[in-house]
Design a binder for this molecule. Structure first.
Ligand SMILES: [Zn+2]
Ligand SMILES: [Zn+2]
Length: 135
């Protein structure tokens, strides 16, 4: 069952398909303009909202509050460093099985889930130790 999409929604889906990472609404707006497929920022947001409710697009909110959109097929999780902000993708999903169980036990249609790990990356752990030593 595939819903009929507006031209704006199709353009956004095509753009997201070609990206390996999440992208902000603002950047989607800029990318589309570069592709000569300009649409207003309000249309970008409205289209993303519609696609989100269809379960095709997911949102990931970063520590700085920025929302990144990506296709939901990418069941990917990240280790995010609180100091330098680096996001390291991890290619494992420990809750995949749980998701299936919840769909059955709660009769709930799960579109996606989020799981994030926060802390310090190797580099920042080292620099933290060094700056403490020099004080
Ligand atoms: Zn770091
Ligand atoms: Zn997952």
């Amino acid at each position: 069952m595939r819903a009929i999409h507006t031209r704006s929604q199709e353009r956004i889906l095509n753009l997201l398909q070609n990206l390996k990472q999440g992208i902000s609404a603002q950047d989607i707006y800029v990318e589309l303009r570069n592709l000569k497929q300009s649409m207003g920022l309000a249309t970008v947001y409205r289209s993303l909202d519609a696609l989100k409710l269809e379960g095709l697009v997911q949102v990931r909110t970063l520590a700085n509050g920025e929302a990144l959109y990506s296709l939901t097929q990418q069941d990917k999780h990240h280790l995010t460093c609180l100091q330098c902000g680096i996001s390291i993708p991890i290619h494992q999903c420990p809750v995949h099985e749980l998701e299936n169980q919840l769909q059955t036990s709660h009769q709930f249609k799960v579109f996606y889930h989020t799981l994030e790990f926060f802390g310090l990356c190797t580099k920042c752990q080292e620099s933290g130790v060094r700056s403490q030593e020099s004080e």
